[in-house]
Design a protein around this ligand. Structure first.
Ligand code: ATP
Ligand code: NNR
Length: 201
C-alpha cells in the first residue's frame, strides 16, 4: 500500500516539527518539503507593495515538486534508497506493492495547486492565530530574511487568501490546532494516521 499524507498550513504552525517526529516513527517513510522548491531570489517577483512575493504559488517550482512526488509513486523503494531513508528488512527485499510505503508532503501551500491535491490520501492543515504566528515568525531567519513589514504586508494577507481558496476548492481537510503542545499534536496525528491507514486497507 502507498499512503501519501499532506501536512499543510500556516507558516510557523509547526508543520516541520510535527513531520520530523512522525517520519521517525512510521515505517518506510519518506518526506518531501515544499520549502526546498522555492525559486532563487532573483526569480521572485517584486509586488506593487515593494515586497518580494514569496508566499504565492509562482514563487515555487511546483512542477519539479510534483515530478519528485511522481518519482516516489513510481518506485518508493528506489526513492527511499536514493534519499538515504532506511527501509524495514521486509521492504528491502520485496516489491513495493506488497509492503506499506508512506510519503509525507509538508508545506505552506499544498492545497492550492490542483496537480498536487489529487495525490493525497489524507490532508492535514495546521492553524495558529495571528499573534502567535507573528511572534513565532519573528524568531525565524529564512534563507532570505524577512524585511520589516513583510509579515503584515504580505505573509499574513496571502495566508488568509490561500486558506479561503482552499476552503472553496478542497475536499476533506483535517484541521490541527497548532497551539496544542508538540507532544499532543504528535500523539493526535500518529493515532489518526494509523486509523486512516487501517480504514484504507
Ligand atoms: N506545538 C508547538 N507549540 C509551540 N511552538 C511550536 C510548536 N510546534 C513548533 N513550534 C515552534 O514554532 C516554530 C516553527 O516551527 P516549524 O518550523 O515546525 O513550523 P513550520 O510550520 O514548518 O514553519 P515554516 O513553514 O514557516 O517553515 C519553531 O520555533 C518551533 O519550535
Ligand atoms: N526557504 C526560502 O528560500 C524562503 C525564502 C524567503 C521566505 N521564505 C518563507 O518560507 C515560508 C514557508 O515556509 C513562507 O512564508 C516564505 O515567506 C522562505
Amino acid at each position: 500500500m502507498k499512503f501519501i499524507i499532506g501536512i499543510g498550513g500556516v507558516t510557523n504552525g509547526g508543520k516541520t516539527t510535527l513531520t520530523n517526529r512522525i517520519e521517525k516513527i512510521l515505517p518506510n517513510c519518506c518526506v518531501i518539503h515544499q520549502d526546498n522548491f522555492f525559486k532563487p531570489q532573483d526569480q521572485i517577483e517584486v509586488g506593487d507593495d515593494g515586497f518580494r512575493q514569496w508566499d504565492v504559488i509562482t514563487a515555487l517550482d511546483m512542477e519539479a515538486m510534483v515530478n519528485t512526488l511522481r518519482g516516489w509513486v513510481e518506485n518508493p523503494v528506489k526513492f527511499a534508497r536514493s534519499h538515504g531513508v532506511p527501509l524495514s528488512p521486509l521492504a528491502e527485499g520485496s516489491a513495493p506493492e506488497s509492503q506499506t510505503h508512506i510519503l509525507i508532503v509538508e508545506g505552506f501551500l499544498l492545497y492550492n495547486y490542483k496537480p498536487l491535491i489529487e495525490f493525497f490520501s489524507k490532508c492535514y492543515y495546521v492553524t495558529i492565530p495571528y499573534e502567535e504566528c507573528k511572534r513565532r515568525r519573528s524568531t525565524r531567519t529564512y534563507t532570505v530574511p524577512d524585511p520589516p513589514g513583510l509579515f503584515d504586508g504580505h505573509v499574513w494577507p496571502m495566508y488568509l487568501k490561500h486558506r479561503k481558496e482552499m476552503e472553496n476548492n478542497c475536499r476533506a481537510i483535517h484541521y490541527l490546532d497548532g497551539m496544542k503542545s508538540k507532544d499532543e499534536l504528535y500523539n493526535q496525528v500518529y493515532e489518526d494516521i494509523q486509523n486512516s491507514m487501517l480504514n484504507s486497507l
